[in-house]
Write a protein that binds this ligand. Sequence first.
Ligand SMILES: [Zn+2]
Length: 499
Amino acid sequence: MRIYSALQELVQQGVNAGLIQPEDKIYARNQVLSHLGLDSFPAEVEGESEKEIPELLDELVEYAVSAKVIPDLFDKKEILASQIMNVFLARPSEVNREFYQRYENSPKEATEYFYQLSQKSNYIQIQRISKNIHYKADTAYGELDITINLSKPEKDPKQIALEKELKKTAAHYPECLLCVENEGYAGRIGHPARSNHRMIRVELANEDWYFQYSPYVYYNEHCILLSGEHRDMKIDRGGFVRLLEFVEQFPHYFIGSNADLPIVGGSILTHDHYQGGNYEFAMAKAEEEYGFTLQGFPEVHGATVKWPMSVIRLRSKNKTELVEAADFIFETWKSYRDPAVEIEAYTGETRHNTVTPIARMRDGYFELDLVLRNNRTTEEFPLGIFHPHADVHHIKKENIGLIEVMGLAVLPARLKTELIEVERFLLGKDHEIAGYHLPWAEEMKENYRSELTEANITEIVRKEVGQKFMRVLEDAGVFKRNEAGQEAFRRFTDLLART
Ligand SMILES: [Zn+2]
């Protein structure tokens, strides 16, 4: 029967991938058998094939559905697939031991091992992620990264209804998606399957933190660091210390934190966490605009950055002084107001100013970028003054979090088909496009006219999406890239320099 061959092939691929040893084969086969509700195995079964682990896994899961071992529901299938892969994985303690053994050699060797493991274990589902559209778009600020996210599987209505029903009575365990209690958690309807998930223990500023990769991998080695404690995101001095300690331990990675206020923060504000990786974003490549010194911190070099958002870049070999300088700037910014450019620190008791910090090592120096943020809303801008404005919402209207700030747009799946419609519209082949794209499409038609051909249309639309994303970032900048904005930025850095 095919199911036995598929199982044997999976076991063999587990050996080939180095997940298990040849002497583990019978054990692994028996474990998977029981997950499939089977209690015997025929003697003559071949175990070699060209198929990859995810493909074989899909076969086993489809068998389980057809044999009524599990119901035909997305989450139930995920739970089974994750349990099957867990059979091939070492326990967390062993993974950590291996990681730190390699770390002795080099931090890079350790992260490479863990990144590979996270893919082989199917925790990072490369096959799904490879569906994403990714390209670079040239702008006045360098090459921005554009991703259309197509890897999130569509859930069917039956599953959504069940989730809604179960949410009413669901236990708060794990408390959230980023809690350490997800390690090895089977999952349930509405909560991801994490049997095959492992985390690396990292000590930051005398606290227990946990290192994992993002299952969505928006860029190379996209990792997440989460606090052992389930507590709110908070930007403070302690956070600056932890970010710098992390890049000291992993100098080939950058690490950043989302801001801690709604609108300008990320999607999860309820669990303290950072995101990093082995990737150089356009913002990191962006050059200094003008430098300044800070009176109280002689060993720290400060500069503004040529970037659509307002960035203060600090650089030093002295980590302690760098932390103190960052904390000083953050505290100054928290209560800073400049009505000439719409910056108000408070409405009543409600604070509006915060920062998105990003740390990296460069040429032996610690570098810390503080991106100034403000989340105030007005009647004219109910979603935020420093947030993408209405005319760019057809491309992006969600929060501008850490990843976007650095120059990577994560755009919704709907754009895949919509942008093809826009292309056809521009070529005069289609006359119906989504109304919200119409002003943009008309403008492109006007600007390009006869230049538009079948051969260059995709490239042109992609480039224009990049221009829109640049506008999105400019909207989120507190000091605008015009004379008034840059003078206001200068007033702020002058204040910093002389205090
Ligand atoms: Zn949590």
